[in-house]
Design a protein. Structure first.
Length: 440
């Protein structure tokens, strides 16, 4: 019986092939948009989750106000140079406080090789917060000297041709000599840092933050960056806080203490500051939220959800409308089947099989379309969505559930309504069609 249903469904698709293709295309495009944005948002909200201390790590955000009613800079996940110093003093229970600042692409050279490297300056506590995979060197002492440098394994290979390079010397900007103290492995995605384009903290060479005044950096517009400058209007540093594992200090307590912190530490003659905290896993989302906040009160997540819901809703309505349009042309077919002995249950099964087959084809096309869309989206948005994400059971359940819901809703009309058509009315319609001019 199932074989018969499938054959009839294929015949029906072929009979209404143009309408079926239009219907399928609209559904597939909407679902590809929905699934890809779901994967992108999941990537944006799971940044650096592979680090063991991720649940206790937060990033400081800072708003800058020129007056109580005029905000100049929204709440980007960056803050002023002295923020870390004073937070460390005012909240001594914090396990670690560290700043990081990308300072751009610079020349890095050894005796016989020269490359362009992305350099970032970090505080020593940075290595207490992030447990990198050290291929060589000791994380406890890797940033103890001002003229030290940590390389990624790819950079070590490019500069020296091997990984055992601790103690070797290199020159930055053709004038500043540093000693390699450690080599770290590739940082797993999803992450906000590393050497890939689009990373918020882009680097393949880490140097102590105290070395920055010696560098002419692109971040400082060609002039030295002064990490100890007491300027609260320069919100250019990522400031990471590691909360204690025993819960003696919580993010809520620090948030509650920020107003008093501002009154105590920020001079009245400087721009007004409003501080907050975001979990490290949401640092990329907070960056987009800050950009959107100038033009909208909606967050990135809410905006994407509403757009996805609108696209999917339009696709569902289009699918249902076309399914109903096709179904209304099949009233004679339903009547003839009833005359030949088909029960209502048989008709319901027939239309549900058609909806299921169309949904199965849609699943295959959606997976192919999503796979093809991942790479361009990663390049455009700086995300790191992996193809392996499509292998997770939750994604399959989401795709199957969406398509099943849409297909079944679209098939509900012919399955449940047309199957109730009165056969006497349909047989009368058939005879009128065959014998024009005669009324029976």
């Amino acid at each position: 019986m199932l074989r018969h249903y499938i054959i009839q469904a294929v015949r029906s698709f072929w009979r209404f092939r143009v309408t079926t293709l239009v219907n399928l295309a609209g559904l597939v495009l909407a679902l590809v948009c929905f699934i890809t944005t779901y994967l992108v948002m999941e990537d944006l909200t799971r940044s650096d989750i592979h680090f063991p201390k991720i649940e206790r790590t937060y990033v400081v955000t800072q708003e800058l106000w020129s007056s109580p009613s005029e905000r100049m800079i929204p709440a980007f996940p960056t803050s002023a140079p002295p923020t870390a110093k004073y937070l460390r003093a005012d909240f001594p229970a914090l396990e670690a406080v560290a700043r990081a600042m990308p300072v751009g692409v610079m020349g890095a050279a050894t005796d016989d090789r020269k490359i362009s490297a992305s350099v970032a300056g970090v505080d020593a506590d940075f290595l207490k917060i992030f447990d990198f995979e050290f291929k060589a060197g000791d994380p406890r002492t890797a940033l103890s000297s001002t003229h030290s440098a940590i390389l990624t394994e790819q950079t070590a290979e490019r500069l020296f041709g091997r990984l055992d390079v601790v103690g070797r010397r290199m020159v930055i900007q053709n004038r500043i000599e540093v000693t390699v103290t450690a080599v770290i492995g590739t940082i797993a995605a999803p992450t906000h840092m590393g050497d890939d384009e689009g990373r918020l903290l882009r680097f393949n060479v880490l140097v102590p933050i105290n070395l920055l005044p010696e560098l002419n950096t692109s971040a400082g517009i060609g002039v030295p960056v002064l990490p100890d400058l007491d300027a609260w209007g320069l919100d250019t540093y990522f400031t990471y806080l590691l909360f204690p594992a025993n819960g003696s200090l919580t993010p809520e307590q620090v948030r509650a203490g920020f107003p008093a912190f501002v009154d105590r530490r920020v001079p009245k003659d400087q721009l007004g500051s409003v501080f907050d905290l975001v979990p490290l896993s949401r640092i990329k989302v907070s960056m987009y939220d800050a950009v959107l906040s100038n033009n909208s009160s909606l967050s990135l997540m809410t905006t994407i959800f509403l757009l996805d819901a609108l696209i999917l809703g339009i696709a569902c309505l289009n699918y249902a409308n076309l399914a109903v349009a096709i179904a209304t042309t099949r009233a004679k077919e339903v009547g003839m089947r009833k005359i030949l002995g088909a029960s209502r249950l048989h008709l319901v099964r027939q239309y549900l099989v058609e909806a299921a087959l169309l949904g199965g084809v849609a699943i295959a096309i959606v997976l192919i379309g999503t796979t093809l869309a991942i790479a361009p989206l990663n390049g455009a948005l700086g995300t790191s969505v992996q193809l392996s994400a499509l292998l997770r059971p939750g994604i399959w359940a989401l795709i199957a559930g969406l398509i099943a819901a849409v297909a079944l809703i679209g098939g509900a009309y012919p399955a449940l309504v047309l199957s109730r058509v009165c056969q006497c009315i349909e047989s009368s319609a058939i005879w009128r069609t065959r014998l024009p001019g005669r009324v029976l």
